[in-house]
Write a protein that binds this ligand. Sequence first.
Ligand code: MN
Length: 321
Amino acid sequence: MPSSKVVITTHRSPDGDAIGSSLGLYHFLILNGIEASVIIPDPDPEFLRWMAGHEHITVFELDQEKAKSLISEANVIFSLDYNRLDRIAEMGAWVEKASAKKILIDHHIDPATYFDFSLSDTSASSTAQLVFQFADNLGWNSLLNKEIAECLYSGIMTDTGSFKFSSTSAYTHRVVADLMDAGLVPDHVHNSIFDNNSYDRLQLLGYALSNKFEYDADLGISIIGVSLSEKNRFKYQKGDTEGLVNYGLSVKGSKMAVFLSEELNFTKFSFRSKGQVDVNKIARAYFNGGGHKNAAGGRLDMSLKDAINYLKDVIQNKISP
Ligand SMILES: [Mn+2]
């Protein structure tokens, strides 16, 4: 693709895998002399902004004119870490009507069929791991450097819960070994992402765990929900409640955990589960969402209070984990 213009897109509320896989691919393309840009629907959390190349990211919500012209002039558009255009909000309409070839690299269940080429593997730990595989298949592994390694490692580390989720395979560790050979220092990345808490974030975490945490020992279900006013009280910043749902799942005997975060006119859901409890199915059926078997998200146009009542009704009457 020597004279191609390539646009890399990733999902709304970008996480470590979204940003890490996008910037990892971006560097591979740039090193191949390809004109590439990364566009994200809305801003990512502060703790991801240290990654090399981050300063070149265009945020659709903040710079629509630039984003739209990049999308309409592109020859190739990559969709990374999402597989349905509704995951990129208003940007989806622009990507859909663009004349570019569309390439999917993703690990979520049930990809849309509109892509011209798909590297879709639901067993992959992360999209960053798939970007590594994609580049490896193209013979680009000699281009691997410390910057790329840090980006891809960020995606793999965050999407595997620091290598503890069942999606972590022997191949995942082999990829990481190659990233280390390319100059990656894992603890630097870990510190940059996880030891980056504000005082307010930890106060919000403590408040949520001591005041907003319900656990049903019979069902093995944890529910944690925070309202918009509570988030404001702790000067909430994007990403501050990241990982909170995992505390719910860490209760001994817990099979499923739900975290609810109230926004202005809706409530966001994060689901986590263990073993055979399929939260992707639950999120799709009742919460306008989806994701993976053991990790999914959703959203409903309801207040936190109504959303918790609705959730409890679904748990009582529709599912029996
Ligand atoms: Mn991912």
